[in-house]
Design a protein around this ligand. Structure first.
Ligand code: SF4
Length: 433
């Protein structure tokens, strides 16, 4: 029996790094400190799992070997004019780096899940910068925490206990010193824990932020109500923001994917900059998958752009709305795809999913997903953070090393190793190896 301490949980963007895992005979038998989502993954990841590469013959997926499967993926990518390489938020940063090399080599588009979640927030920070901080600073200093358009009690179950509402803190000794505010269109489970729940009208976030900016500067708001709230309530809230010692706004897809999209985040950034005239304030996107932030980081430091990078012109080109996966698929432009650690057929709009399924399709994934079932070739990979190590970026863009605690099944390689084999075969097929 071996007990591993400080294991990272590879589920959500909290990337909790205090998990204790007990392993007996290459099997995880006990998990401490993780939430229900993390515990479930760590104890059950190996169940109902395919460990053999599969290839489609006569309309059916049948077992094959890694050599034939990787050759088929290389062939699909080299024969395509405009392949799409999509996924990445459930992979190591090392694998993403190889994926970018592959996209460049085949003149395709590499995109990640940010294009359907926090992409608008990233576009906003291109224009305005991001007044931000780490979760460590929040834990030790923040006395006002605002969750705007997100529900961490459901999606990031340890966020409140580990970082915001009740963590052990160096400077905030009494948890009662912290105030929790939730701004949402619904009375969520997180809202039920808040000191103040601000129930706004759907699609009115931009108006509320603008009114708050005016109230902060003691400007007159001519309307009686904004975003469904009385102006007096907005002025009281502005005073609460102004008078805290260290405030932080965590924003989710309720802000990035509602009316206004990137303009909502630009307005929120402007609000936080204004607040720094009075006190200390920061803004942090609350990211979903465990390494979606890493997908943006690695893509940005490799290509200059964080997602939706098109190499078809021979150099990186980025234009969200044009080079984003869903838009390319909807317009029917791609003629093949490689999906790594994602299940777009289960989540993309129907038109986009239909186009993805009708062209040559390859999948690298530890699990058999809906997308894998429709693919021409499927390569099972090892679980990063359980069976192989790798780097991931937490939602506050802090890079952390994920541990390996058990061996993968025989013959099952990491995403990075599989992608390196494919890249080598692509170069051989192109005659550039
Ligand atoms: S909060 Fe997220 S990272 Fe932490 S244990 Fe739960 S699922 Fe894992």
């Amino acid at each position: 029996m071996v007990i591993y301490e400080n294991v990272l949980c590879s589920v959500c963007g909290c990337l909790c790094d205090d998990i204790e895992v007990t392993v007996e005979e290459n099997k995880i038998v006990k998990v401490r400190n993780a939430c229900a989502m993390g515990t479930t993954k760590l104890l059950n990841y190996y169940k109902e799992r395919n460990t053999k590469p599969l290839i489609k013959k006569d309309g059916k997926l049948i077992p094959t070997n890694l050599d034939e499967a990787t050759s088929k993926v290389a062939e699909i990518l080299v024969n395509a004019e405009y392949p799409l390489i999509y996924g990445w938020s459930l992979c190591s940063s090392e694998a993403i780096k190889v994926g970018i090399e592959l996209a460049e080599e085949v003149g395709g588009v590499i995109d990640n899940q940010a294009s359907v979640c926090h992409g608008p927030g990233i576009q906003a920070l291109h224009n305005s910068g991001l007044p931000t901080c780490t979760l460590g600073e929040v834990k030790h200093r923040a006395d006002l925490i605002i969750y705007w358009g997100c529900n961490p009690e459901d999606a990031h179950p340890r966020h409140l206990t580990r970082y915001t509402l009740s963590p052990k803190s160096k400077f905030i000794k009494d948890p009662k010193e912290r105030k929790l505010v939730v701004i949402d269109v619904r009375n969520t489970i997180t809202a039920k824990k808040a000191n103040l729940f601000i129930n706004i009208e759907q699609g009115a976030d931009f108006e509320l932020i603008s009114a708050l900016r005016a109230a902060l500067k003691f400007e007159e708001i001519e309307e009686e109500r904004v975003a469904g709230l009385a102006v007096e309530q907005i002025e009281e809230f502005a005073e609460m923001l102004r008078s805290c010692k260290f405030g932080v706004i965590f924003f989710g897809q309720g802000l990035t994917q509602s009316l206004g999209k990137s303009k909502n985040i630009e307005a929120a950034i402007a609000l936080v900059k204004d607040l720094n005239d009075y006190t200390k304030f920061a803004l942090i996107p609350i990211r979903g998958h465990y390494n979606v932030a890493g997908a943006n980081e690695v893509t940005a430091w490799q290509t200059g752009f964080p997602f939706a990078v098109d190499f078809s012109k021979g150099y990186p080109w980025y234009n969200p709305g044009e080079t984003t996966a869903v838009d390319i698929l909807r317009r029917g432009e791609s003629d093949a795809a490689l999906i790594v650690g994602s299940d777009p057929l289960a989540h993309f709009p129907k038109e986009a999913a239909d186009h993805l399924a009708k062209n040559p399709l390859a999948v690298i994934d530890p699990d058999i997903s809906v997308t894998a079932l429709a693919a021409d070739v499927v390569i099972p990979s090892a679980f990063t953070g359980i069976e192989v190590s790798g780097t991931a970026y937490r939602m506050d863009r802090v890079g952390l090393l994920m541990k390996k605690v058990v061996d993968p099944p025989e013959g099952v390689l990491s995403d990075e190793e599989i992608l390196r084999i494919i890249l080598k075969k692509v170069r051989i097929l192109k005659g550039v190896a």
